[in-house]
Write a protein that binds this ligand. Sequence first.
Ligand code: B1M
Length: 212
Amino acid sequence: MSKIQEIQSAVESGKKKIVKELVEEALQEGLDPVAILNQGMIEAMGNIGEKFKTGEVFVPEMLVAARAMKAGVEVLKPHLAGGQHTTVGKFIIGTVEGDLHDIGKNLVAMMVEGSGFEVIDLGVDVSPETIIETIKANPDCCIVGLSALLTTTMPSLNRTIAAITEAGLRNQVKIMVGGAPITQDFADTIGADGYAADAASAASLAKEMIAS
Ligand code: B1M
């Protein structure tokens, strides 16, 4: 079994300590941090999601796998995020109301921060009101990033954008959306300014948004 396959299997079985050790070893062996993330960890979460769908695993298994992945991401973080220190703008990010998934959102926050933004991470289950208060408290914020992982929380994206518009703040910020069930079409339908499929694309899109 290759090191990346070992990482994948340890993430899937929720072995947090072993994941940390394996990621450290993989980096020492010179493996590409992006491959460790994509093929080792994100693929493992995809597998665990499939097993959840077919009833082979339940919520506790998803939870321990998520914790194991987070432990691995902590080790990878300095190798992924890049070393830019100047601030190109403020980026508010959160997972929308009703949704507790934060691994993808955290990866987006990390990559966006690595590309030079100051990131204000509001966490999960973030209400439209909290987003609005945060924009008001940070009038220099240029982008709001919203993540949703459940089909049932996709309407929260819509509600959040509508609330930002009603609060008269829509022209002040660009809005980026993402998350597994989101598509470019959906983003267009709800009036977002942009959609990114993954964390690296989110970081490039953020830079494009402030350049335009
Ligand atoms: Co949940 N869950 N979960 N879960 N969970 C999914 C999403 C699911 C697809 C599993 C399945 O059925 N196959 C399914 C949703 C089905 C649907 O809506 N159609 C599901 C379900 C049903 C549920 C519960 C309802 C289960 C229950 O209680 N019966 C429940 C809901 C709780 C809630 O939120 N209210 C629930 C709970 C949980 C846990 C808490 C146990 C745990 C989350 C722990 C955590 O995040 N701290 C969990 C997990 C781990 C998953 C899976 C297995 C993995 C998610 C993940 O971390 N993926 C997931 C299955 C799957 O995704 N295949 C599943 C890895 C991550 C790197 O990818 O988040 O997609 P992702 O992020 C990507 C891109 O989407 C994008 O970039 C990221 C990096 O490349 N991206 C953005 C994300 N946000 C972005 C924002 C952007 C741009 C790009 O701009 C701002």
